[in-house]
Design a protein around this ligand. Sequence first.
Ligand code: F6R
Length: 608
Amino acid sequence: MCGIVGASGPGNQVPQLVKALSRLEYRGYDSCGIALQATGRIRSVRTLRRVTDLEQRLTTLGLESTTCIAHTRWATHGAPSEINAHPIMSGDAIAVVHNGIIENYQTLRIALSSRGYTFHSETDTEVIAHLIHSEYTGDLLVAVRRAVKQLHGAYAIAVLCANEPERLVAARSGSPLVVGIGAEHNYLASDCWALHHLTDRFIYLDDGDVALITPERIQIIDADGRDAQRPLFRVKAHDSAVDLGPHQHFMQKEIFEQPKAVRDTLAAIDTISPSLFGAGVDARKLLSEVDNVLLLGCGTSYYAGLTAKYWLESIAGISAQVEIASEYRYRETVTNRRTLVVAISQSGETADTIGALDHAKELGEPPATMAICNVATSSIMRATTLAYLTRAGIEMGVASTKAFTTQLVALLLLTLTLARLRGRLTAAQTGEWLDRLRRLPTDIESALALETQIMGWAVDFADLEHALFLGRGMHFPIALEGALKLKEVTYIHAEGYAAGELKHGPLALVSGAMPVVTIAPDDQLFQKLVSNMAEVHARGGRLYVLTDSSSAFDTAKDGRLIRMRDGAGMLSPILRVIPLQLLAYHVGCLRGTDVDKPRNLAKSVTVE
Ligand code: F6R
């Protein structure tokens, strides 16, 4: 999704800023650009191509500057085009880069047009540029503060003014922005990852903040117009994440990092206790008070929540609802004041999940809110009373893989904690669970060893345009996730279904051309699933079955089988998803898609 970077300080900042921008490329974008202060005027360079193209153009033009802002754009209002790429200018005076969506931009556009402003782009951002210009009376900070008061929606912006050469003004509401503190320079970014080659000291802006950034100082003014002090964080870089090592793509690397990611997520756990979810708060009291769990998330994180529902209800005996964050936030719901609200998010910046969490808080003052998140400093981590930090390491591939499996591990730890508090697990049983969790990285390695067999399946899928994924019980969400992974990285139309639903409609799709991937562990639903597969077989559907080593299958009749180790029990979803990730990855490679940056998609979806 869109990315912002900015810098102000002595010397030419352009090369550092371009590098910062390139560190945001993994998030997905369709155009990019830079605006820089150059001897009393603002120069802007934009391209529909990659950041390297921008870099080449800047070198050719010989442009240098001490103060600049840059952007990667993921189109929302207006097609991907050079004219819609940021920075967006108001005349020669004001340059703006913007993440987010301005909901009242049409009204503002009409009002500004009637005052003589001409619009050149289709973007909502252009109203911000003109609005700031219209409010400017000699002080950019004041103009930005006046302008943002008129905006409805979500935004993070960085602004330059031709009259104020060393000043950079930033503002945020609902979209993240962080100030990086250097020795002689100060920086700005939508994600501190962009600035790790420049500093490890960061200040996170709060919603409503407007900040003035110069080489010497940072001035922050909060939503009420008061000078604000925000805490300084030191955030360590994990630059090993940008090395592919022996892998061809980040997606493959991250799939293979799952044993380590799970091991790291479980590190330092020697017992199951509420304190896993919060050091400085009374986690035991908060978790003891709840009798219901509401899980909120989007996409893959939502599927993690769906899987956890099965665990929470059967292991902890607590009722659980799972809601798509973008739906829940606008729905009228019946509030249970003893609900634990859990926001699940890899990035911790997903606008819909943040909105849903805020909505839950507004509705019912739940006794506890919890983040399950992979980014310690993210907005969601800072917005909840309890949290579990998954330690997957930065995920560069747009399609979530290791973040998902570590979310599942965190949700299982939550389930076990609630089960213990509710008297559903003895100390001995808890110890057995911990032993099984500790064996999980090794079991994941066994699942990864299936890669060659999965590559065989991938050859069959490479020329297809449709696929079905079936599962039952806690493997139903894994079928959904398998289908999502396939459609994301291969552009094959894929659907996940609860296998029992097949005969209620989707069976009409089944023919000799339809591959049906079935997750079929030898559990209590196995015989039911065998019947569902017979329904597919009878209609000539092509079955691809993930089953256990001991389950009774006739390969001639039942299609292509891949057998996984027996006895995964409740941990089975975490293992079964791995071959499905590998399938999507290898089919994508065979079809020649950009598996790390699938078309139209973005990492960290910070707009609604
Ligand atoms: C799919 C995927 C997305 C995200 C979703 C939520 O591979 O990555 O569906 O899961 O956009 O993102 P987070 O987890 O950052 O809130």
